[in-house]
Design a protein around this ligand. Sequence first.
Ligand SMILES: NC(=O)c1ccc[n+]([C@@H]2O[C@H](COP(=O)([O-])OP(=O)(O)OC[C@H]3O[C@@H](n4cnc5c(N)ncnc54)[C@H](OP(=O)(O)O)[C@@H]3O)[C@@H](O)[C@H]2O)c1
Length: 323
Amino acid sequence: MKAVVYNKFGLPDVLELKEVAQPAPKANEVLIKIHAVSINDWDWGLLRGKSFINRMFYGLLKPKTDKILGSDIAGTVEAVGRNVKDFKPGDDVFGDLCANGWGGFAEYVCAPEKVLVLKPSDMSFEQAAAIPQAAVLALQAVRDLRPSQSGLKVLINGAGGGSGSFAVQIAKVFGDEVTGVDSANKFELLRSLGADHVIDYTQENFPDNGKQYDLIIDMMGYHSIFDYKRSLSPKGRYVMVGGGSSLMFQSLFLAPLLSLIGSKKLGILPHDPNKGLDYLKELFQAGKLTPVIDRCYPLSEVAEAMQYFGERKSKGKVIITVD
Ligand SMILES: NC(=O)c1ccc[n+]([C@@H]2O[C@H](COP(=O)([O-])OP(=O)(O)OC[C@H]3O[C@@H](n4cnc5c(N)ncnc54)[C@H](OP(=O)(O)O)[C@@H]3O)[C@@H](O)[C@H]2O)c1
């Protein structure tokens, strides 16, 4: 089968379209013919070898094996292992393989049945591939870590990106008043998704605006943890989803201590891949959640797609189609 492989960290030109052996499903796995796969910020980090944590898990000096990136896949079940109960050949499925070896930039991949859900017929493969990681992160931040039930003042930092664009929509489902922070070229998109207020991070440092929020969701955090604490309402919560390593360090080690003083809570999102995918499907089918797709590239142009993603020009998700 064809797959896009890399064996050293670097810019997208280290990605190579090659013939590799087609995987065979183990007893609890299904073999999926991939139709679409989306790019996430994590793919970019693994390609570049950025962040010490990524290197600890995926290879200190180079990727541990010839690696195939791409975790958010949508496709059709081609074959099933002998213990698989929930799927059969011909089923259309989608899911996030970030905890199961990745491998989405390819014609076929194997995945344990527990990480997959059935794709509804009114959802395209491109839409299905856009959802798993980005929307699950957004759901877990907005729904699972909210300080109280509804009607919160929510600020989403990096609201116009892959995950932020889902977070805005999910917060609106919960009746929240949403402030989206991103660059001004995303304002139209943010308003169309339901954002009540928008802030251009290149013009305004929101922690200095004197406003306080009940829930701050940080997709791309570069402020200090003290800035976030100041911007929280008395019982507010700060959730770091992604951002710089200095903030990561502060969120891991300082935030738990700061959370002990007073009633504001700060910390990192404990990402649980695929948890909540069925609920996201329901929101999609109810017309309350629409994946924002910026553009699609064929498998032969994964390097171009990654380049475009890395230039940070996309609004919403960048998709690879495989046919
Ligand atoms: N916690 C976990 O376990 C976990 C797991 C997977 C992923 N993640 C993280 O989750 C995050 C999800 O990101 P994504 O896929 O939505 O990324 P994305 O698609 O790249 O979107 C990021 C958005 O943030 C904006 N932005 C950049 N710098 C900013 C700043 N200083 N202030 C405010 N906005 C800024 C970008 O706009 P521009 O166009 O201006 O650049 C872009 O619209 C990533 O940070 C990823 O590393 C976390």
